[in-house]
Design a protein around this ligand. Structure first.
Ligand code: G6P
Length: 369
């Protein structure tokens, strides 16, 4: 069950391994059995309003905020609705402009994060439609919202969020795909292709998880790092942020996630032969640009750990270490590429003797400001 570790050393590792199941639990019943439509039961009544929205604002904290960023890229690219993503703690205090036609989506695993709850109440008072994506049923945020969709990740015990993140991205992807279809921005054939890509994720994740001993050997090489840099572009920029957050939270190594294109505006100054640089890549429109980022790091003797698509032999030659993930459509690549980074952070933290499930100074749910 959710409340015991079973054969795993830590809850975090168990929760990482549960992801093929928690992702399919999250989309099950929402993708029609004939696979030609997505139905989000909790949003049926309000979907016309979401479809007509002038703007979508997504708020959250920590890992939930990273899931929101993935949604921003997906919704803007496919549904063509302007999206703003904001930290709940900023949003609530800065007198944001909210109109009646706006839709505000709060993302929260616990449904109890104080800043997210307060930001939501504020948006509600301004007349926006308020939606929630929560994992804990009946939580404060779930109750405060007009409508919502639950992630079905089960109880998450590790303080560092893993399966809740991929469940959030799953729900947000379904929402983005459905919205794109309802707004006639994509045709039925493309819509069904995206649905098929989502359905294929759990099996692809299994192959990544089977490769965990290799990820552990790579972790061994980098466990004494003092700093680490994570780079990604497009949908994989939030994955870079999330990978860096995982490492920092549980291993206490200083890690920064950066949009790869911004590297030359600062982080490149840090690159030397002691700096591991994790580059998240996929066979997407950014591929060539990511390759040139890698060359820039190599020219300065940085160590490259690349998350790559299986069979990408070009990057194999350039990278010091490689985490391969099965090929997928870029729209779902975040769900695959984040998993090796969760495992990488986990093994490093264990090797450093850190309390992986209960990192110092952190709380599972921050219910006070
Ligand atoms: C804390 C947790 C994080 C989590 C964040 C937001 O910082 O340690 O793992 O991402 O809160 O929590 P929520 O429950 O709102 O998703």
């Amino acid at each position: 069950g959710d409340l015991d570790k079973g054969d795993f050393d830590h809850f975090m590792l168990k929760e990482i391994f549960e992801q093929p199941k928690t992702i399919s639990d999250t989309y099950r019943g929402r993708i029609r059995p004939n696979q030609n439509d997505i139905v989000l039961g909790g949003l049926i009544d309000v979907f016309p309003k979401i479809t007509a929205a002038n703007r979508i604002i997504i708020i959250g904290c920590g890992t939930s905020w990273h899931a929101a960023l993935v949604a921003e890229y997906l919704i803007e690219e496919y549904a063509r609705v302007p999206v703003e993503v904001e930290y709940a703690s900023e949003f609530r205090y800065r007198k944001p402009i909210i109109h009646e036609g706006d839709v505000v989506i709060a993302i929260s695993q616990s449904g109890e994060t104080a800043d997210t709850l307060a930001a939501l109440k504020m948006a509600k008072s301004k007349g926006a439609l308020i939606l929630g994506i929560c994992n804990v049923v009946g939580s404060s945020i779930a109750r405060e919202t007009d409508a919502g969709v639950y992630t079905h990740a089960g109880t998450e015990i590790g303080v560092a969020s893993t399966k809740a993140f991929t469940a959030q991205v799953t729900v947000l992807s379904l929402l983005a795909f459905k919205l794109a279809k309802e707004r006639s921005e994509i045709d039925q054939e493309f819509y069904e292709m995206l649905i098929g890509e989502m359905l294929a994720i759990p099996e692809k994740l299994e192959t990544i998880l089977v490769g965990h001993p290799y990820i552990k050997t790579v972790a061994e090489k980098y466990k004494d790092a003092v700093n680490a840099l994570y780079l990604g572009r497009g949908y994989l920029f939030p994955v870079a942020l999330e990978g860096a957050l995982k490492l920092k939270e549980i291993s206490y190594i200083h890690a920064e996630g950066y949009a790869a294109g911004e590297m030359k505006h600062g982080p490149i100054a840090l690159v030397d032969d002691n700096l591991p640089v994790v580059v998240v890549s996929a066979k997407d429109s950014y591929y060539e640009k990511v390759v040139s980022n890698i060359q820039e790091v190599k020219a300065r003797k940085g160590n490259i750990i690349a998350v790559v698509t299986e069979g990408d032999n070009g990057l194999r030659k350039m990278a010091d270490d490689l985490f391969e993930v099965p090929e997928s459509h870029p729209a779902v690549a975040a769900l695959l590429t984040v998993v090796p980074l969760q495992l990488f952070a986990y093994y490093i933290a264990v090797m450093r003797g850190c309390d992986v499930d209960q990192p110092r100074n952190l709380a599972k749910s921050v219910t006070v400001e």
